[in-house]
Design a protein around this ligand. Structure first.
Ligand SMILES: [Zn+2]
Length: 163
């Protein structure tokens, strides 16, 4: 088995998780606030690309600081590659709630987006648990709860600012 640098792994898992959680919150929140499918899709694509770029920049600069402070020589990973993994990981996670939103009409699309997101989070949490050797089910449940909280916040804000 090939050895994957742990910084790439962290960047990828974090990107997918954040893309999934944030975009689900955006999709659910916007769809609670507006009826037009085109607006929901537009908002979701703007949010996912802006956030993925911002997260990639954040990954680059925070990892750069870690590398500058590192005296152990463990950090042989590329900063650019770490940022790219974050970017595409975020987009990948974001596509999970976006695809049902594009394919179906509201309000069914919202239910499918939530279902897809929770299945995605569960799979991600389980995989993460396996990789970092903690209880997979516990790890999955943890992500599930985090996702539920973020989605509920999106839903509340969407209803409050309904147009
Ligand atoms: Zn590093």
């Amino acid at each position: 088995m090939h050895h994957i640098h742990e910084d790439y792994l962290r960047s990828g898992l974090f990107g997918i998780q954040d893309g999934l959680v944030s975009t689900t919150g955006v999709v659910i929140g916007i769809s609670a606030g507006v009826e037009h499918k085109a607006i929901i899709i537009l908002a979701a694509f703007v949010a996912v690309t802006v956030e993925a770029s911002s997260m990639a920049a954040g990954q680059y600069s925070s990892e750069k600081a870690v590398h500058q402070m590192d005296r152990t020589g463990k950090h042989t990973d590329s900063l650019i590659l770490g940022a790219l993994i974050m970017f595409f990981g975020y987009l990948l996670g974001g596509m999970v709630p976006i695809i049902p939103t594009v394919l179906f009409n509201q309000p069914q699309a919202r239910i499918f987006a939530i279902l897809a997101a929770f299945i995605g989070l569960f799979i991600l949490g389980y995989t993460k648990g396996h990789l970092v050797k903690v209880k997979p089910l516990r790890s999955a449940l943890e992500l599930f709860i985090i996702g539920a909280i973020a989605t509920t916040i999106g839903l509340i804000v969407g209803y409050l600012f309904r147009v």
